[in-house]
Design a protein around this ligand. Structure first.
Ligand SMILES: CC(=O)SCCNC(=O)CCNC(=O)[C@H](O)C(C)(C)COP(=O)(O)OP(=O)(O)OC[C@H]1O[C@@H](n2cnc3c(N)ncnc32)[C@H](O)[C@@H]1OP(=O)(O)O
Ligand SMILES: CC(=O)C(=O)O
Length: 544
């Protein structure tokens, strides 16, 4: 018996249009092109590129795309209906859309009578004519039309008959898709479900002599329901889903395609993109956040760094036995990965799993494993946090196992700061005394702050012994006051991120003295970098 193919849902991405309506997000033409090509690779069939004519960037985007077209996706130009009491053919705005050269256009029009009389300041009849004329104009120019029914759900709730007349106007004029928009994002899933079912029924009754337009859904996240509402619409008969990568969009955002796609495909059994493309979802999400210069949401479902991170000891113990115990899907299905987090919430299973990621096989019963867990809990209760400082945790493990290599010993340091009157900058001078292989070295260096000066002096003292230090850099430095209510005697936690050009690692220090906390993190950062280098050299030697 042959298996029925999964029903297909058409994905429509509007990151480059509605996504850019998010406060604080602005993308250059070049970056819009990079995102469009990435979405094309991801297998998104429709990509809304913008509103050509509304701004020069969107005009340029459509022109440049003609030089370097997408391979599989359809690029779509977006625009409103003509203005009241004009002729579509004479509207410069609509001419700009034709000039953009896309085969598909999306026209949005008013469904809610309130918007017609208050927003457009025209009659209900004229709004129907605006929808009809605009779509007929584009059809006469050989374009295929998607109709976005703006404020559909609010319009339907206030005046069902009129809202349905607007859809009928779009349908008779030749729109191939009728997309129901929850523009204000206030609708709940049970309402979406009931309204979409009604629309599916009515459009089928109304279109006995027509090709039946398909129904789409466009939801906003103002009630935190965008994804749930889109799923409800699909289950009620919609076959197109509009959304954006990472849920970017006006106000609280649009339906997040990074959640919608795996839910549709892995949970509900619809087909949207190939398994291989689904496996690129996490990478695509991070690519887009990088390009639009917004920090990725680490806790985003499916694609966030923490989406499959296990912290509680009970969870880790069970996941080590069978990942199904605390994971709703396999992380690899969406290109993500499982992570084990080390913290005071850890049990022995976290320690064993984390040790394995550093190539250390520990037995649960050994005193060393228990000692590592105990030391971890003691240090976390003093204010250390190893979740983000895995390099310090690795050093702690090596120490407990008796294998912590001493590359150098700091005998002492001094830091002197000058606040020069009339200047904004504080100059700092650090002096360090270190011993390497029994030899004492005294060095000094300046920096624009005490931590930079200390870091520079340590490298200067050590670089003749370890030339690889020349490639190390301190890439990030964060401090947090832990018990602020104790005033200047509060403890400080310093996190230092270091790198060597191809790897990054983070170390932690804690002390009531901010400089001492930073010093611990800087020294461990240098030590861990030297350890990585030594391990890499040993691996090369071992491979002959
Ligand atoms: C739900 C959505 O997200 S729809 C997309 C919204 N996106 C954007 O607005 C971003 C791009 N927009 C723009 O660059 C500008 O707003 C433009 C170029 C479209 C228009 O700019 P302007 O002419 O300066 O007008 P303004 O920005 O004040 O927009 C209001 C005008 O649009 C008209 N309008 C609003 N919706 C529609 C519609 N569906 N059909 C026709 N006209 C409409 C209003 O009636 C008003 O016209 P009026 O000033 O003649 O009364
Ligand atoms: C069309 C659109 O973006 C909306 O109604 O939200």
């Amino acid at each position: 018996m042959t298996k029925n193919p999964s029903p297909h849902i058409w994905l429509y991405d509007t990151t480059l249009r509605d996504g850019t309506q998010r406060e604080g997000l602005s993308i250059s033409t070049e970056d819009k092109l990079r995102i469009a090509h990435r979405l094309d690779q991801l297998g998104i069939p429709f990509i809304e590129g913008g509103w050509p004519g509304a701004n020069p960037k969107d005009v340029q985007f459509f022109w440049q795309l003609q030089e370097d077209p997408l391979k599989l996706s359809q690029i779509v130009a977006f625009c409103s209906t003509r203005r009241p009491h004009t002729h579509a053919a004479d509207e410069p705005m609509l001419q700009d859309i034709l000039a953009a050269g896309s085969s598909w256009v999306t026209i949005f029009g008013k469904s809610w009578d309130l918007h017609v009389t208050t927003g457009l300041k025209t009659t209900l009849e004229e709004n129907l004519a605006m929808i009809r004329d605009t779509i007929e104009f584009f059809r006469s120019q050989g374009r295929r039309v998607i109709y976005d029914a703006e404020h559909w759900f609010d319009g339907y709730k206030h005046n069902r008959d009129y809202a349905l007349q607007t859809l009928k106007a779009a349908m008779l004029a030749g729109a191939e898709w009728l997309v129901l928009c929850d523009t204000n994002g206030g609708t709940l899933p049970h309402e979406v479900s009931q309204i979409v079912q009604d629309v599916v029924k009515v459009t089928r009754e109304d279109s006995t002599q027509l090709p039946i337009p398909q129904i789409g859904i466009h939801t906003h996240n103002d009630s935190d329901m965008a994804v749930a509402n889109a799923l409800a619409a699909v289950m009620a008969g919609a076959t197109m889903v509009q959304g954006t990568i990472n849920g970017y969009g006006e106000r609280c955002g649009n339906a997040n395609l990074c959640s919608l796609i795996p839910n549709l495909q892995l949970k509900l059994g619809y087909s949207c993109i190939t398994e291989h493309q689904l496996g690129q979802l996490t990478e695509a999400s991070r690519f887009v956040s990088e390009v639009v210069n917004l920090a990725p949401d680490e806790h985003a479902p499916f694609v966030g760094r923490s989406a499959f991170a296990h912290k509680g000891g009970i969870h880790v113990s069970a996941v080590e036995r069978n990942p199904l115990t605390y994971e709703h899907i396999q992380p690899e299905q969406v290109g993500n990965r499982r992570r084990i987090v080390i913290s005071e919430q850890a049990g022995i299973s976290n320690v064993l799993a984390k040790a394995r990621t550093f190539g250390i096989e520990l037995d649960k019963q050994t005193p060393e494993a228990k000692q590592i867990l105990q030391r971890l809990k003691e240090l976390e209760s003093e204010g250390y946090q190893f979740e983000a400082a895995e390099a310090s945790f690795a050093l702690l493990m090596y120490e407990a196992l008796g294998g912590r290599q001493q590359f150098f010993e700091v005998k002492g340091f001094q830091v002197h700061c000058d606040l020069v009157e009339g200047k904004e900058m504080t100059n700092a001078l650090a002096t360090v005394k270190v011993a390497v292989n029994g030899k004492n070295i005294l060095e000094a260096a300046e920096g624009n702050g005490p931590v930079a000066a200390l870091d520079a002096a340590l490298r200067k003292a050590l670089v003749n012994f370890y030339p690889q230090l020349a490639t190390f850099e301190l890439t990030d430095y964060k401090v947090r006051i832990l018990d602020g209510h104790t005033g200047t005697s509060a403890k400080t936690r310093a996190l230092v991120e270091s790198g060597n050009g191809y790897q990054r690692w983070t170390t932690v220090g804690v002390s009531p003295n901010i400089l001492a906390a930073s010093y611990q993190a800087v020294v461990e950062g240098l030590e861990y970098g030297l350890l990585l280098h030594a391990q890499a050299e040993a691996a090369v030697k071992a491979s002959g």
